[in-house]
Design a binder for this molecule. Structure first.
Ligand code: GLN
Length: 487
């Protein structure tokens, strides 16, 4: 059974259809593996065994009746614990929501259940998805399956570790500034952030609403494309959801890329890049050349401001979004308050962790009268310039490539007390969120210590098909994605 858990989602779904294994057996095997190894990894905040087995049973019943099964039916999946699933605790890895039970399903959850994908548990994350290492979880750290002393990346560290360690073949994460792509890169798997608006955010606990986007984790590009097909689509519950038909993302994976243009983001190939990561990207350039693509150099003059822009806009938005956690409507409420104001203050002081408090304060400051024009408005103007940089870049290239991160996974604790160093981890990923474009991290080799390296591929808005095509072509030229951590 462990052998099957190590296979791709597509292979797992085929095994179910061919009746080599039942969906219930596979789901039980996934749950057993989690129970067996997750003490070492910390990837799950909670298991949703009953829901998962119910779904799996439905798959087996349909199969027995000879009915058609939807895509990915019966393939176990981990749901990041900031997405609602009825009856499950949805904590966002925060004490303030420690005992909050979802009263409704997120739209992505509805779609997974409708497609009969068993949700085996809720994956650990940085508190409210704020972080790059998963060390900001209020409950426990996540360990990188390739080396348990290293971080898995964040904020969707639990989702990435679950897929990398073959606890599940699939997971969902959310990406506000890189939270899918960075952990995918650190854990040696595929992680993809769709165009803003492709996937509904209804039922996702909001961090920075103009940047948040849900996306797939998988061990192959094809699996990620299949999962995006399941979760994408217009939703009237989310006013930023795009009203357009879901594309067939798997249809063009193997298209010829001869004559297509791959842009190298020069601004992300400069100082601070580790030698091994640089070599991996150079190697990727050679791969694309050998596939007949033309390589062009791209300048994104404003990308150097991305981190500054992001930490004003994201904190401003989160200071507003997190105002709802006040001890009145739901979540933790302090037990020792004498009056209403004290209740608010103590509830939030007790419920939020340091990083969340830091961001709420920064964001409130940036939005306060007198500073609004200097910070928030300026950052919005700069965001437009970053977006324009990409519009210009995509006149010259079909896709852009860069490292997903200048370095590989770092040691647990090594940046935990240095927020600025932590923020810099996202230098390559943040601008895609500012511009609303899709991006993906694909396995691109290993450093001298055997830690995975990720190649980031970016495409224009709604360019998912090209993104998957270029990701797949690269993946198929190498066997990086076949190597799995020994856990
Ligand atoms: N690491 C970034 C942050 O801390 C991005 C997080 C995310 O994408 N959710 O905000």
């Amino acid at each position: 059974m462990e052998e099957l858990l190590r296979k791709s989602a597509k292979e797992q779904s085929e095994a179910i259809r061919n009746k080599e294994v039942s969906a219930v057996e596979l789901t039980k095997a996934s749950l057993a593996r989690i129970k067996n190894i997750d003490d070492k990894l910390g990837a799950f905040n909670s298991l949703t065994e009953e829901t998962a087995l119910n779904t799996a049973k439905q798959v087996d019943e349909k199969l027995a009746k000879g009915e058609n099964l939807p895509l990915l039916a019966g393939v176990p999946l981990a749901l990041k614990d900031n997405m609602n699933l009825v009856g499950s605790r949805t904590t966002a890895s925060s004490k303030i929501l420690e005992n909050f039970v979802s009263p409704y399903n997120a739209t992505v959850t509805e779609k997974l259940l409708h497609n009969l994908v068993p949700i085996v548990g809720k994956a650990n994350l940085d508190e409210f998805a704020m972080g790059s290492s998963n060390e900001n979880s209020a409950f426990k750290k996540v360990h990188n399956p390739w080396n348990l002393n290293k971080v898995p990346g964040g904020s969707s560290g639990g989702s990435a570790a679950a897929v990398s360690s073959c606890e599940t073949a699939l997971a969902l994460g959310s990406d506000t500034g890189g939270s899918i792509r960075l952990p995918a890169s650190f854990c040696g798997i595929v992680g993809m952030k769709p165009t803003y608006g492709i996937v509904s955010r209804y039922g996702l606990i909001a961090f920075a609403s103009s940047l948040d986007q849900i996306g797939p984790f998988a061990r192959t590009v094809e699996d990620a494309a299949m999962l995006l097909e399941v979760i994408a689509g217009y939703d009237y519950h989310d006013s930023t959801s795009l009203n357009r038909a879901v594309e067939n993302y798997t249809a063009h994976l193997n298209n010829d890329i001869k004559g297509k243009k791959v842009g190298i983001i020069k601004d992300l190939m400069g100082e601070g890049l580790s030698d091994d990561v640089r070599k991996a990207v150079e190697n990727a350039i050679e791969t694309y050349k050998s596939l007949g693509a033309e390589i062009v150099e791209i300048d994104l003059p404003n990308i150097k401001y991305s981190i500054g822009i992001y930490y004003i806009l994201a904190t401003a938005e989160c200071s507003s979004n997190l105002a709802r956690f006040d001890g009145v409507k739901y979540g933790h409420r302090t037990e020792n308050a004498q009056n209403l104001l004290e209740m608010y203050c103590k509830t939030r002081a007790e419920g939020f962790g340091d990083e969340v408090k830091r961001r709420i304060m920064l964001g409130t400051y940036a939005l306060s009268s007198g500073y609004y024009d200097a910070y928030y408005k300026k950052a919005q103007q700069m965001r437009r310039l970053v977006t324009d940089d990409f519009v210009n870049a995509f006149k010259k290239a079909d896709v852009l490539i860069s490292p997903t991160c200048p370095n590989t996974a770092f040691d647990l604790g090594s940046k935990a007390n240095d927020p600025l160093a932590m923020y810099l981890t996202d230098i390559a990923t943040i601008s895609a969120n500012l511009a609303g474009i899709p991006g993906m991290s694909v396995p691109a080799g290993f450093d001298k210590d055997g830690m995975p390296i990720g190649l980031q591929i970016l495409a224009p808005q709604l360019g998912e098909t090209a993104l998957f095509n270029f990701g797949y072509k690269f993946e198929q030229e190498h066997d990086y994605y076949k190597k799995q951590p020994k856990i």
